[in-house]
Design a protein around this ligand. Structure first.
Ligand code: COA
Length: 320
C-alpha cells in the first residue's frame, strides 16, 4: 500500500509586494533580486493567518478530490510559522473543516515540510493505520523576517498548499528523506524571547537569519543526490519524468539541479517569480498550479523535492 494524491488546493494572500515596492522601503533593487534569485514579487499576508490560508487551501483540495472532511483520518501540517505554539495548526484546521474523524498534528521540517508530511501519510497507509489524509504546507514567513535584513526578507512570501492523499496500490513509487542537524545554524530563527523571572539577560534573536551561500551549496549538492536516489531505487531514468516539482527557493538552484540531472528547464515548472519562497507551502502550491492548469495526466511520473532549514531534505517519485 502507498499514498496517492487525489486532489490539490492552494491559497495565496491578496496583498502582492513587488520588488519595486521593496525598493521604496529598503536598499535593494529589482535587478539585484531578479538576477540573484528569479523572484519578481511575493504575497504578504495582511488579514490572513497561517491557519486561515491553510483552511482555504484544504477546502479547495477537498473539493478537487471530491472528498468530505469527515472522510479524513489524518491531518498533517508542515509549518514553521504557526499562529500559536498550541493548539497545533492542524487541530485548528480540523475544527474549521469539521474533520471530526481525523488525528491532527503539525511537523517542523521547514521547506521540506510537505515532503515529510507525505512520508508520514505513506508510512501510516503502509502500516494500515489510516486511509485518507490531508497534507498541508502553510507559512506566514513575513512575520518571522527581520525587515531590516535585505539579504533574507526579499526572498520569502506567504501562502498555503494542500493535497488529499489516500491509501492505494499505486502512487508514491519511491521516496527519500534526510536531515543534517549539525548544519542547522546556517538557516535559523529563534523562538520568542523568554519572559521569565528566573532567566536573566535573554538575548535570543527573534527573526530569521541565514548564511545564503552555505544554504545554496547545500541545496545544489543535496537535491540532485536525493532525486537520483529515488529514481535509482525505482529504476526510472530522468528522461521518463514529466515534471520535477522542486521547492521554489531560487531559480539558480533549480537551474543547477536541472543541469546536474541533464534535464531541460521546461521540465521544471516554477512560480517563484510570482510567489517567492513560501517554505513548506511552495511544493504543494506549485503542484496545485500545474494540476489546475491541466498539465498532469494519469500515469505521469512526477518528482517532488524539498529542502531547507534543519537542514532537511526530501524527494519523492510519484505516479500521478
Ligand atoms: N539587495 C541588494 N543587495 C543585496 C541584497 C539585496 N536584497 N541582499 C544582499 N545584498 C548584497 C550583500 O550585502 C553583498 O554586498 P557586498 O558584496 O557589498 O557585501 C552582495 O549583495 C552579495 O551578497 P552575497 O551574499 O554574496 O550574494 P549571493 O550571490 O550569495 O546571493 C542569495 C545571495 C541569498 C540570493 C543566495 O546566496 C541564495 O539564494 N542562497 C540560498 C538561499 C535560500 O534559498 N534560502 C532558503 C532555502 S529553503
Amino acid at each position: 500500500m502507498t499514498a496517492r494524491i487525489i486532489g490539490t488546493g492552494s491559497y495565496l494572500p491578496s496583498n502582492v509586494v513587488t520588488n519595486h515596492d521593496l525598493e521604496k522601503i529598503m536598499d535593494t533593487t529589482d535587478e539585484w533580486i531578479k538576477s540573484r534569485t528569479g523572484i519578481g514579487q511575493r504575497h504578504i499576508a495582511i488579514e490572513e493567518t497561517t491557519t486561515s490560508m491553510a483552511v482555504e487551501a484544504a477546502k479547495r483540495a477537498l473539493a478537487d478530490a471530491d472528498t468530505t472532511a469527515d472522510e479524513l483520518d489524518l491531518i498533517v501540517v508542515g509549518t514553521v510559522s504557526a499562529d500559536r505554539h498550541f493548539p497545533s495548526t492542524a487541530c485548528e484546521i480540523q475544527s474549521a473543516l469539521g474533520a471530526v474523524n481525523a488525528t491532527a498534528f503539525d511537523i517542523n521540517a521547514a521547506c521540506s515540510g510537505f515532503l515529510f508530511g507525505l512520508g508520514i501519510a505513506n508510512a501510516y497507509f503502509t502500516s494500515g493505520t489510516f486511509k485518507k489524509a490531508l497534507i498541508i504546507g502553510a507559512e506566514t514567513l513575513s512575520k518571522m523576517m527581520n525587515w531590516d535584513d535585505r539579504s533574507t526578507c526579499v526572498l520569502f512570501g506567504d501562502g498555503a498548499g494542500a493535497a488529499i492523499v489516500e491509501a492505494a496500490e499505486d502512487g508514491i513509487i519511491s521516496m527519500t528523506q534526510g536531515s543534517d542537524g549539525a548544519k542547522g545554524g546556517v538557516l535559523s530563527c529563534y523562538n520568542r524571547p523568554v519572559n521569565n523571572p528566573f532567566v536573566k539577560n535573554d538575548t535570543a534573536l527573534d527573526y530569521t537569519s541565514m548564511n545564503g551561500q552555505e544554504v545554496f551549496k547545500f541545496a545544489v549538492r543535496t537535491v540532485p543526490e536525493a532525486i537520483t536516489k529515488v529514481l535509482g531505487e525505482a529504476n526510472v531514468n530522468p528522461d521518463e519524468v514529466k515534471y520535477f516539482v522542486l521547492h521554489q527557493a531560487n531559480v539558480r538552484i533549480i537551474e543547477s539541479v536541472a543541469k546536474r540531472l541533464n534535464q531541460p528547464m521546461d521540465k521544471f515548472p516554477t512560480n517563484l517569480h510570482m510567489c517567492g519562497n513560501t517554505s513548506a507551502a511552495s511544493v504543494p502550491i506549485l503542484l496545485d498550479e500545474i494540476n489546475k492548469k491541466g498539465m498532469l495526466e494519469k500515469g505521469d511520473k512526477i518528482v517532488l523535492a524539498g529542502f531547507g532549514a534543519g537542514l532537511t531534505w526530501g524527494a519523492a517519485l510519484i505516479n500521478w
